[in-house]
Ligand binder design. Structure first.
Ligand code: MN
Length: 513
């Protein structure tokens, strides 16, 4: 057990600096908070040991480090350090709250309530997902802590009893990794998939790993040469502040792609990709121009996900070119912001919100409200980050009659049937496919839906029955005396809109009488 001993020694060295140095730009308050949580957790878990033989405290520091790398603020990092305190130690919710305040208390309790998700067959699977969605819908940070917790548990899965390994790995691959993907946190999605992969498909894992290594080594020299030529060409064209890097495709993602392409490795052009990061969107198109004028692109491999983002919000331009020395390379061109968003997804959104104290996004919503309407439905600030699809799934809370709908929605390839629609200011709303401007309006606020009178889609007036497409920009027009009709119930497709329309219709009926 030399390996284990080495690990123990290594981990025992983890210190407060390991956490703080990973935080993006912590304020003095952030540092104090994290320090306090660090000392508190160390004391609380003093005699507690993990199945790896490590002090339990290491797990908390590692979880906090993952959260810090996601750009989380002091509050969330501190909650990460405390996330097992209530469940595993004799600490109470009240103690956490009096020491660290109600926000951290709420987050720690949220993670505790989630507990361990038991994965056994379809029913349990759905039940676990439902619990996750409910927790997420209350505060997305609870989920981020749970994901960080899972990443570290997966990194140390080899120390767990063998009979548990497969269950935990499956749960990771079928629940946590897809959710991380759907929230756009590619960084965690990739790591979770690649950590679970060898436990579930050991033979395939070995094969893919070997294949990737061979291909990568073959191509490395060519890639480096290509990258040097590209950098020279870009500089010559006056493009400044760019950065190039390679990325090697994740093993599990490569495995899935090979299954789709019927195992023909020759068809996988993106095992090695070169990334070009620049400051602005016009720069992205200029880079594309420079590259295409020097290297011949493969036909039909040019994908403009800037003009047409992927359903998960991903943006960037992809093209595949012949490098002239017999190689083929995929080039991904993005702005720095797009890249950050594609790696950290909703996490970077949360960070931004935490820093601007939640107010900016709400200001936009309130500016749309008709002036004299009394809104009794103000969103809690900590739910404003939560995508609509999560809130909707969380509504199927009571078991019984709604269980069936919930299952149907989850099994109907739910994750692939969403579109992203934009407000004129660029805020993103996540809706089911075939949604209409009515669904969009209600997803912003019930008052906006209840005063909806027209919609401009991509600058053009369109009927309220128009089916929105991914990437549409929708401007909602409201009028004081406008409102829902019976017909809207057939047009709207989200349960949120339907529920609001029904309640508004019955309210108006009553007030007429
Ligand atoms: Mn934990």
């Amino acid at each position: 057990m030399d390996n284990l001993e080495a690990k123990k020694r290594n981990s025992a060295k983890l210190s407060l600096t390991d956490v703080i140095s990973r935080m993006w730009d912590p304020t003095p308050e952030d540092i104090l908070l994290v320090k306090k949580a660090f000392n508190y957790a160390e004391k609380a878990h003093l005699d507690h040991v993990r199945s790896s033989g490590e002090p339990y405290f290491i797990h908390l520091v590692e979880t906090a480090m993952i959260l810090a790398e996601l750009g989380m603020s002091g509050t969330t990092v501190a909650a990460g350090l405390l996330h097992d305190a209530i469940e595993d130690m004799s600490v109470t919710q009240e103690e956490i709250e009096s020491e660290f305040g109600s926000e951290i208390g709420f987050l720690v309790q949220g993670v505790t309530k989630l507990g361990s998700l038991k994965y056994k067959g379809t029913d349990r699977h759905n039940e676990s997902l439902r619990k996750l969605f409910v927790a997420m819908s209350e505060d997305i940070r609870v989920l981020l802590i749970k994901l960080a917790d899972r990443v570290h548990n997966m990194r140390t899965l080899s120390f767990v009893d063998q009979d548990k390994q497969l269950r935990i790995a499956k749960e990771t691959l079928e629940i946590y990794a897809p959710i991380a993907y759907r929230l756009g946190i590619r960084k965690l999605n990739r790591e979770l998939e690649d950590l679970a992969f060898p436990y579930i498909y050991p033979e395939e894992y070995k094969e893919i790993k070997r294949t990737r290594k061979e291909l990568h080594q073959d191509k490395l020299e060519g890639l480096e040469k290509f990258s040097r030529s590209t950098r020279k060409a870009l500089a010559k064209e006056g493009i400044i502040n760019f950065k190039t890097e390679y990325r090697v495709k994740g093993l599990y993602s490569l495995y899935k792609k090979l299954l789709r392409k019927e195992k023909d490795i020759e068809k996988i052009y993106d095992i090695n990709a070169m990334r070009v990061l620049v400051e602005t969107i016009p720069d992205c198109y200029r880079v594309l121009g420079v590259i295409h004028s020097r290297w011949r692109p493969l036909p039909k491999r040019i994908k403009d996900y800037i003009a047409f983002p992927k359903p998960n919000g991903y943006q960037g331009i992809h093209t595949t070119v012949f490098t002239g020395d017999g190689n083929i390379v995929e080039v991904q061109i993005k702005t720095y912001d797009m890249h950050k968003l594609s790696e950290f997804g909703i996490a970077s959104h949360v960070t931004y919100k935490e820093k601007t104290k939640n107010r900016d996004a709400l200001a936009w919503i309130h500016s749309l409200l008709p002036k004299d309407s009394k809104s009794n439905e103000r969103r809690k600030s900590n739910t404003a980050d939560v995508p609509q699809w999560i809130k909707e799934l969380a509504q199927y809370e009571e078991p019984g009659k709604n269980q069936k709908i919930f299952k149907e929605r989850l099994t109907s390839d739910f994750f692939n049937h969403r579109i992203f629609v934009f407000s004129p200011k660029g805020d993103v709303v996540d809706l089911p496919m075939h949604s209409t401007p009515i669904d969009f309006a209600y997803s912003i606020h019930s008052d906006i839906g209840n005063h909806l009178f027209g919609a401009r889609v991509n600058g053009k007036l369109e009927s309220l029955e128009t089916q929105l497409k991914n990437g549409d920009i929708v401007e909602i027009l409201t009028k004081e005396n406008s409102g829902p009709t019976q017909k809207w119930l057939d047009v709207a497709i989200t349960s949120l809109a339907k529920r609001n329309i029904r309640s508004e219709l019955s309210k108006r009926k009553k007030s007429k009488r």
